[in-house]
Design a protein around this ligand. Structure first.
Ligand code: RP5
Length: 167
């Protein structure tokens, strides 16, 4: 069923620190390439916990349909966001300096039963794939976006097939 949506953001991209932007901007760029209205904000589970609760509790009412949450280290942002909203939350583990993002990955993926976070790969690949997964979710009730997503994938396939290893 095709659903009407307003001009406001449909995807919320949040991250624990300004330093996560180098990773999460790849999610934003991919959403832009697919023509998906979105917003990007720093919301820290540890440094701005009240803002996190406010953001998560108000997101659905503001028309947000999917939240992409990226964080590094003891990465509680995706899980705590998921705890405060029924919207699907996609977690992107940011590559940390100390443990190369394994700490981020494990703290995002190992959610207790009952509150899921869809966890993507560490770093840039995870950020891009979070955007593509958000697009796939929105495309379930948006035929125009479904066509744009099919086109994105077809162009990716064509680029691989046209590639050559010849010097
Ligand atoms: C986390 O701490 C953030 O998600 C970030 O990945 C990490 C380090 O933050 P900064 O010290 O760079 O602000 O909350």
């Amino acid at each position: 069923m095709q659903q009407e949506h307003g001009a406001g953001p449909r995807v919320g991209v949040i991250m624990g620190s300004r330093s996560d932007w180098d990773t999460l901007r790849h999610a934003s760029d991919t959403l832009t390439a697919l023509g998906i209205a979105h917003e990007c904000r720093v919301v820290s589970a540890h440094r701005t916990p009240d803002l996190l609760f406010e953001y998560a509790q108000q997101a659905a009412g503001r028309g947000i349909e999917v939240i992409i949450a990226g964080a590094g280290g003891a990465a509680h942002l995706p899980g705590m966001t998921a705890a405060k909203t029924r919207l699907p939350v996609l977690g992107v583990p940011v590559q940390s300096r100390a443990l190369q993002g394994v700490d981020s990955l494990l703290s995002i993926v190992q959610m207790p039963r009952g509150i899921p976070v869809g966890t993507l790969a560490i770093g840039e690949a995870g950020a891009v794939n979070a955007a593509l997964l958000a697009a796939a979710i929105l495309a379930l009730h948006d035929v125009d976006l479904a066509a744009r997503l099919d086109d994105y994938r077809a162009r990716q396939t064509a680029a691989v097939l046209a590639d050559s290893l010849e010097p």
